[in-house]
Design a protein around this ligand. Structure first.
Ligand code: UDP
Ligand code: MG
Length: 318
């Protein structure tokens, strides 16, 4: 292993994790200090309201390697990680959850592969501890759906816990889309990629900040961001519906010709009406998902708003 001087950045998004922050910081520090290289820990506060913000600022005060980025409100996990990437300056940048589900002790394994020459080293969950069966099933379905529907090769059972080379971080910095799916983006850029498997732990404290609604939103961003399959499905659906309606028309013809015994509820005209109505609404909804995102991207608002960061804090102190 060559021992040239490199700088490591670790990015952790934090949304109401007051009970975990200190433990997280201690474990990260222990791991990073063993590497005997300079490092920085970027703590992105994603609009916490439980005192996490003050705790982050206190840590930054004690340890100058801790860089706080305090958001003006909750912008969401993917955006928080993006802000961390923007603020980072390391040669290798690690993205990790702050609830200790991603064990900091895995970081040296990621770094080892990076030193072998891989620019993206992602951590694959070989096991998950302390998750509800609902989370396990929906997460499993999610990963498989994304793989099926998107054109980029996104590794299965892989979250955002990963190491990115500076080069990759710089390329990602030029990708300013609002509806982000970082896993897709880091696969899309290419480079040499490798996986390291690890056992995903239970949360250190608190409960998930990814309720079902946020999971659905992330899945929608993943699909719309990397695939046109839903739009193509509308076309296929249209073809199928047209064929069915021709068949129904034939049944209708039988009715008109006086064939008895077809119950009223099964009258083709009525079924056809409901069916077509449903298909059309779904199709318009899918179009809407894409158009809404297009509109939002067109507005070109900043991805996030920082209320406080290190330079601003230093300014206030002067
Ligand atoms: N998080 C965030 N903003 C959010 C939701 C979550 O910064 O709006 C952070 C959270 O503090 C944690 C990480 O993102 O460090 C992953 O969230 P969580 O553990 O709730 O997700 P899960 O592991 O249950 O999928
Ligand atoms: Mg978690």
């Amino acid at each position: 292993m060559s021992e040239e001087r490199v700088v490591f950045s670790v990015i952790a998004p934090i949304y109401n994790e007051i009970e975990s922050i200190n433990e997280f910081y201690n474990r990260i520090r222990l791991v990073l200090e063993q590497l005997q290289q300079p490092w920085e820990l970027i703590l992105v506060d994603d609009g916490s309201v439980d005192g996490s913000t003050e705790r982050i600022l206190a840590l930054a005060e004690e340890d100058e390697r801790v860089l706080p980025v305090i958001f003006a409100r909750n912008f969401g996990h993917q955006i928080a990680v993006t802000a961390g990437l923007d603020a980072s300056s390391g040669d290798a940048v690690v993205i990790i959850d702050s609830d200790l589900q991603d064990p900091p002790e895995v970081i040296p394994d990621l770094i080892a592969r990076w030193r072998e020459g891989y620019e993206v080293v992602y951590a694959v969950r070989s096991e998950r501890e302390g998750e509800s069966w609902f989370k396990l099933i929906t997460a499993g379905l999610f990963y498989r759906l994304i793989t099926r529907m998107t054109e980029v090769d996104i590794p299965l059972d892989t979250g955002d816990f990963r190491l990115l080379d500076r080069e990759v971080v710089d390329v990602m910095g030029t990708m300013r889309e609002r509806y982000r799916f970082l896993r897709g983006m880091t696969s899309w850029v290419g480079f040499r990629q490798a996986g390291v498997s690890y056992k995903r732990a239970a949360r250190f404290a608190g409960s998930t900040k990814y309720p079902f609604k946020k999971m659905v939103r992330l899945a929608l961003n993943a699909v719309t961001g990397f695939s046109f399959v839903p739009l193509q499905m509308i076309t296929y659906g249209g073809v199928i519906v047209t064929v069915i309606s021709v068949l129904l028309w034939l049944v209708d013809l039988l009715l008109v010709l006086g064939v008895q015994g077809i119950p009223e509820i099964l009258q083709p005209g009525l079924i056809g009406l409901f069916f077509l109505g449903g298909v059309q609404l779904i199709s318009i909804g899918i179009l809407g998902e894409y158009i809404g995102r297009l509109y939002d991207e067109a507005r070109g608002r900043p991805l996030y708003i920082v209320r406080k960061n290190k330079t601003q804090i230093e300014h206030n102190e002067e």
